[in-house]
Design a protein around this ligand. Structure first.
Ligand code: NAP
Length: 244
């Protein structure tokens, strides 16, 4: 029987890498993407192939670049036909006052966090429609629901991703394709490396669970979403240790 396939963008580190491991452990063939850490991604993919007897395709490139995404999906079509599960995970942050943010930085975060989801969904949907099944999971943030000071642009991209999730779910439900978003609180990844020890302690004290979730915990939640009933669609589901 043909193995199921998942495309995870931003799979070299953090949440995306942990998600790749869980899908590999469960027998999925993987299409893994990242922008910069391509040799690390290739090594990781080979390890997963050997250990779990699956196939992988690594696609190094920038998912904010529509031309690259179209080429990636041509490669996916040759590799396995198309993807059963799409996890739009690649993302960057920007911390600072909006008045100090350049237009280039605004465009960079907007295209990395939001245009990338448009591009990957647009390319993934035709195969899913032909199969009459598919799962799209957008990796979002609590800031997309509540907003964060000094992260206005990041919050806007995630808020946009949430609205995109809800709207696309309505469009695709008749084709039995589910679209949901995980709104993460704080996950202990490189994205939070700029926090000082005292800032980390302050943040932990605000989270009822009292700690930052590990990438593994976040990835387990994405796995649950990929295996959720078809009737669950169009939802922005928080995973934040009771924070909001
Ligand atoms: P991370 O450890 O910094 O990893 C980010 C990943 O995205 C890396 O694999 C990176 O690849 C990739 N990436 C960045 N820009 C890309 C681009 N233009 N094209 C392709 N890949 C790109 O971050 P993370 O914490 O795992 O974050 C993953 C997702 O979770 C993001 O969407 C983030 O907004 C969301 N999130 C995170 C938290 C948190 O607290 N960590 C909270 C809420 C939501 P390279 O290695 O090649 O740079």
């Amino acid at each position: 029987m043909k193995r199921k396939t998942v495309l995870i963008t931003g799979a070299s580190r953090g949440i995306g890498r942990a998600a790749a491991l869980i899908f590999a452990q469960n027998g999925y063939d993987l299409i893994l993407n990242c922008a910069h850490s391509i040799s690390e991604l290739n090594i990781f993919a080979k390890e997963l192939e050997m250990k779990y007897h699956i196939q992988t395709l690594c696609c190094g490139g920038d998912v904010s670049d529509y031309t690259f995404v179209c080429q990636m999906f041509r490669d996916i079509s040759t590799f396995c036909g198309g993807v059963d599960v799409l996890i739009n995970n690649a993302g960057i942050t920007y911390m600072g006052l909006l008045s100090d943010m350049s237009f280039q930085d605004w465009e960079h975060i907007l295209h990395t966090n939001l245009t990338s989801a448009f591009a990957c969904c647009k390319c993934a949907i035709p195969y899913m429609v032909s199969q009459k099944s598919g799962k799209i999971i957008n990796v979002s943030s609590e800031w997309g629901l509540y907003g964060a000071s000094c992260e206005a642009a990041y919050s806007a991209t995630k808020g946009g991703l949430n609205a995109f999730t809800k709207a696309l779910a309505k469009e695709l439900a008749p084709s039995n394709i589910q679209v949901n978003a995980a709104a993460f609180g704080v996950i202990d990844t490189d994205m939070n490396l700029s926090l000082s020890p005292s800032e980390r302690d302050q943040l932990k004290s605000e989270i009822p669970a009292g700690y930052f979730a590990s990438p593994k915990e976040a990835a387990e939640f994405l796995w649950q979403l990929a295996n959720s009933p078809a009737y669950l669609t169009g939802q922005i589901i928080s995973f934040d240790g009771g924070w909001f």
